[in-house]
Design a protein around this ligand. Structure first.
Ligand code: SF4
Ligand code: SF4
Length: 214
């Protein structure tokens, strides 16, 4: 049987796809609004490829012993799903839906295919997870790279941590304003994140009322 974890991801995937198919003009607007975030992700991805590809291949991927990509080991935010749907084609999204429709009997993440992650832009939690062994192997003797990594972690907050207006909140708000809701909308339903917003005095507002570079 498909478990609730997969079910809520499947429902969210379908909800976003349906919305973008029904209101195609939304796609262009959201692509524009998410461009700064996608540029951040491209930079982070380049950095990680440069510094961690060899380490991770050596330590984990050859024997598939990785601490990354474990079964049901990730948090997927609504915005992760929305951004990925925006830039993926139909066969890629069909593939994501298909793996969610069958029970996961293995011990790895359901999205892990033979050639790696099935997401075009993987969830932010996955992208930014690095084990201690990888960090020390990659940054040993390279203080510049370590500093760049710290800068990327700070930059991530500009898009995801709701002590200020962030695109992760905006995307949820935008879809909610259209009457859609998902359990993955953690910036609207996680008590901890709601407290962060409350303490910072941040009120969720639709994208239309935000500057496009926030
Ligand atoms: S970050 Fe660590 S656990 Fe994950 S693939 Fe790299 S070496 Fe393996
Ligand atoms: S979504 Fe992708 S990167 Fe994240 S755990 Fe699953 S396979 Fe790994």
């Amino acid at each position: 049987m498909v478990n609730p974890y997969h079910l809520e991801q499947r429902q969210t995937l379908d909800l976003i796809r349906d919305r973008l198919e029904t209101v195609p003009e939304d796609r262009d607007r959201l692509l524009e609004w998410t461009a700064p975030y996608r540029a951040f992700r491209a930079g982070a991805s380049d950095f990680l490829d440069r510094h961690f590809h060899a380490v991770c291949t050596e330590k984990c991927f050859r024997d598939r012993l990785s601490a990354c990509c474990s079964r049901e080991g990730i948090i997927t935010f609504f915005a992760d799903m929305a951004v990925n749907v925006l830039i993926s084609d139909a066969p890629e999204l069909d593939a994501l839906g298909a793996v969610l429709d069958v029970p996961n009997e293995g011990f790895k993440c359901v999205y892990l295919g033979d050639r790696g992650c099935l997401w075009r832009i993987k969830p932010i939690v996955c992208e930014m997870f690095l084990c201690d062994a990888a960090l020390s192997a990659a940054f040993d003797g390279d203080p510049g790279a370590a500093a760049r990594w710290e800068a990327l972690k700070e930059e991530r907050k500009r898009f995801t941590w709701p002590d200020r207006p962030v695109v992760f909140d905006d995307l949820e708000t935008h879809f909610m304003a259209a009457g859609l809701t998902s359990p993955l909308m953690y910036l609207h339903n996680s008590p901890g994140l709601l407290r962060v917003k409350q303490r910072a005095g941040v009120a969720s507002r639709p994208f239309e009322h935000r500057r496009s570079d926030s």
